[in-house]
Design a protein around this ligand. Structure first.
Ligand code: UDP
Ligand code: MG
Length: 336
């Protein structure tokens, strides 16, 4: 049930921004973000999560923190990937509402007041919906479309069209996200999984501020897609029992045909090609099914090791707020 959130001025707003090699954009981002946040009339803070940047991003963040103590930064010890960086940011965010956005200005700050309006109407999750994917390469668009179709049909979890990480989460939803310890993270699926009342707000995606390219490497995107499906569906595992059944039934049918033919026409020696084809076919099927099991087993192994989700190398601006920032566990699984 939705309930209005009361006077906004008494509530606090945190913004979480994962950063990976964005030295050129951070000043421009904060320049645009600050007036928007000031205009909300809420008390706010911004938490940058440095995901192991190799450029001068860290220095820029430290400088920003020195100029405005509402800016905090958490430096992860290496590149853990965006999903984990967002998870780290969420565990530090203290606001009653938390906005997650990219550092490259592809998520326009002007959308934040629209998020807040919906939040005040009582929605716990407000996601940004991109109105088109023109800023992505055609290959990536095709890949995304294929992925979402597959994901939805296999997991039974439907994801709102064009919704990404740009969104506002109410404290309740943030706490729910912080309770997950899984490493093969697919945040978009988790946002849908935790439930709560949600709604969307349209926004337009400008090209990356620096005209640069996405920080995602194709290999990362592929693993991300696999994580998404494997962590939300066991269909790929179960499918092989049916495949096995189907193939054995086929083999049995072939046996009958072969027997009848031998009885009627006598024994024929030829048949070498069909033998080869079937051996290769079954070999292939077995390797694929082993591979699928491997995908799940690898992830089980990862989870069972119980390693922390991320390692923090340093933080600035965090200690100043005392224990408040420690409500949520920093290393959700270190106790395991
Ligand atoms: N990012 C990150 N770790 C990574 C890759 C990206 O924290 O390993 C950050 C990046 O700095 C940006 C956001 O995640 O703030 C989205 O990245 P990008 O713009 O490259 O992704 P796209 O817009 O193509 O989805
Ligand atoms: Mg981007």
């Amino acid at each position: 049930m939705r309930a209005a959130k009361g006077p906004a001025s008494l509530k606090t707003l945190s913004v979480v921004i994962p950063v990976f090699n964005e030295e050129r954009g951070l000043d421009a981002l904060f320049g645009k973000l600050k007036p928007v946040l000031d205009a909300t009339g809420m008390s706010w803070d911004v938490t940058f999560v440095d995901d192991g940047s190799k450029d001068a991003s860290c220095q820029v963040m430290r400088r920003l923190n020195a100029s405005d103590n509402r800016i905090k930064a958490v430096f992860l010890s290496r590149n853990f990937g965006k999903e984990i960086a967002v998870a780290a940011g969420l565990s530090y965010a203290t606001g009653d509402a938390v906005v997650i956005m990219d550092a490259d200005l592809q998520h326009p700050p002007e959308t934040i007041p629209l998020f807040l309006a919906k939040w005040r109407d009582g929605f716990d999750i407000v996601y940004g919906q991109r109105d088109d994917r023109a800023s992505d390469s055609p290959f990536r668009r095709l890949f995304s479309r294929g992925f979402y179709k597959t994901f939805e049909s296999m997991s039974g979890t439907s994801l709102p069209d064009g919704a990404g990480d740009f969104r506002l989460l109410d404290r309740k939803a943030v706490d729910a996200m912080n309770s997950f310890s899984e490493r093969s993270r697919f945040n978009k699926g988790l946002y849908a999984w935790i439930g709560f009342s949600s709604t969307g707000v349209d926004y337009h995606v400008p090209p990356r501020f620096d005209g640069g390219t996405s920080r995602w490497r194709p290999r990362q995107l592929w693993h991300f897609a696999l994580d998404g499906i494997v962590s939300f569906s066991t269909v790929p595992l179960r499918i092989w029992s049916y495949m096995g059944l189907l193939v054995s039934m086929g083999a049995f049918g072939y046996l009958l045909v072969f027997l009848t033919r031998t009885i009627i026409f006598g024994n024929e020696v030829p048949g070498f090609p069909s033998l080869l084809v079937s051996v290769m076919f079954f070999g292939g099927i077995q390797l694929i099914s082993l591979g699928v099991i491997g995908e799940y087993m690898g992830r089980i192994y990862d989870e069972v090791k119980g390693r922390p989700l991320f390692i923090v190398a340093d933080e600035v601006g965090i200690a100043a707020q005392g224990q408040a920032g420690k409500q949520a566990p920093r290393l959700p699984t270190s106790a395991a």
